[in-house]
Design a binder for this molecule. Structure first.
Ligand SMILES: [Zn+2]
Ligand SMILES: [Zn+2]
Length: 311
C-alpha cells in the first residue's frame, strides 16, 4: 500500500502535479494550510476585521466557510456569511438550507438578501422575457448577484468579502476575457489591488487551489452540498474552456498552475489601468459606474421593459 508522504499512514490521493501522496487527514490539512498561505501571501485578512464570506451553498463556498472558520480558531477576525437568494424555484431553496445549516453549526452570523427584495423581481421572473433575449441567463444573473453580495456586505458592515473562486475559475475567467477581447479587465486579476471605489476589499482565498481538490475536501468533510446544477446554467464558452483546461491538465499535469502564474504576472503589469480610477456615481442609484448609469440599473431597466415585472 502506498504511504502518505507526510505521516506514513495509508495514502488515498496523489497530487499529480507534485507527485505528493496523502492520507485523508493530511490532504484536508494541506487544503487548510494552502489557503492560509494564500491569505498571508496577499495579506488578504487583517486582525480584528469583519470578514464577509459569499456563501451560495455550493461545494466551494461551504468549503470556504469551513476552512476560514478553522483558520480563525483564535478569533482574529469576525466571520459573517453572506447569501443572496436569486429566486429560482425548486433549486435555490435547498442550497440556501445547506448554507444556513453550516453557518448555524459553526456559530457564524448569517446575512441573507434576495433579488425580490432588492430589485422587485426574482431571477425566474427576470428571465421571463416575452421576446427573444439578447443576454444569456448567467450574464443577467451575474450583474444582479454581484450587487446583491455588495448589499449584504454593506448590511453586515464588513471590510472585506471573501469569495470561493478557485484556481480553475480564475484561469477560465482570464482566458475568457482574452477570448472576448476584454483586455482592460485583465488588470483586475491582481489580488493585491484594492479598489478605492468600493467600501470593502474582495479576496479569493481559494485562488491557488484546483477545483477538484476543493470538491474532494467538501466530500471528505461531509459537507452536504447540492449536486444539481442551476437550471439556467448556460452551456456556453465557459464550459468549453473548462473541459479544454481539464483535458490539458490530464496530459500535462501542473499546466493550470503555470497558467495561473502567467495570468497573475500579466495582471500585475496591467493593474494600473485595471483600477476603476475613472468611475462616476450612477445617476440612478449612486453606486460607482464607468458610464452615467451603472450596469445593474441598465439591466434592471432592460428586464422591466421586456417582462411584466415593472414597478
Ligand atoms: Zn498523512
Ligand atoms: Zn445604478
Amino acid at each position: 500500500m502506498t504511504q502518505c508522504g507526510r505521516c506514513g499512514g495509508g495514502a488515498f490521493y496523489t497530487r499529480r502535479y507534485s507527485g505528493e501522496t496523502l492520507c485523508t487527514s493530511c490532504f484536508k490539512a494541506s487544503i487548510v494550510e494552502k489557503t492560509r498561505r494564500t491569505i498571508s501571501k496577499y495579506d488578504m485578512l487583517g486582525h480584528g476585521q469583519r470578514v464577509g464570506i459569499a456563501l451560495s451553498g455550493g461545494k466551494d463556498s461551504l468549503s470556504l466557510l469551513q476552512v476560514l472558520h478553522e483558520l480563525n480558531e483564535n478569533k482574529r477576525c469576525e466571520l459573517v456569511a453572506l447569501t443572496v437568494d436569486e429566486g429560482v424555484e425548486g433549486y435555490r431553496d435547498e442550497a440556501i438550507e445547506h448554507a444556513s445549516a453550516l453557518a448555524r453549526k459553526l456559530g457564524v452570523e448569517h446575512v441573507l438578501v434576495s433579488y425580490k427584495e432588492l430589485y422587485g423581481f426574482t431571477l425566474d421572473q427576470a428571465l421571463d422575457w416575452k421576446d427573444q433575449r439578447t443576454h444569456s441567463s448567467c450574464s443577467i444573473c451575474g450583474v444582479f448577484r454581484r450587487r446583491g453580495i455588495d448589499e449584504a456586505a454593506t448590511r453586515a458592515r464588513v471590510s472585506v468579502v471573501a469569495t470561493a473562486h478557485n484556481l480553475d475559475d480564475y484561469v477560465q475567467t482570464f482566458l475568457m476575457n482574452l477570448m472576448h477581447g476584454d483586455v482592460d479587465r485583465l488588470g483586475w486579476f491582481d489580488p493585491s489591488v484594492v479598489d478605492a471605489d468600493f467600501p470593502f476589499r474582495r479576496v479569493k482565498p481559494f485562488m491557488e487551489i484546483y477545483e477538484e481538490e476543493i470538491a474532494l475536501y467538501a466530500h471528505l468533510e461531509g459537507l452536504p452540498f447540492q449536486s444539481a446544477s442551476c437550471p439556467y446554467m448556460h452551456e456556453g464558452l465557459r464550459s468549453e474552456v473548462r473541459d479544454y483546461l481539464n483535458e490539458l491538465e490530464t496530459k500535462h499535469a501542473g499546466i493550470k498552475n503555470v497558467l495561473l502564474n502567467s495570468a497573475l504576472q500579466v495582471s500585475t503589469k496591467l493593474a494600473i489601468v485595471g483600477t476603476h480610477a475613472n468611475s462616476v456615481p450612477c445617476s440612478i442609484c449612486g453606486k460607482p459606474s464607468s458610464q452615467g448609469v451603472c450596469g445593474v440599473c441598465r439591466m434592471k431597466d432592460l428586464v422591466q421593459q421586456h417582462t411584466k415585472y415593472s414597478p
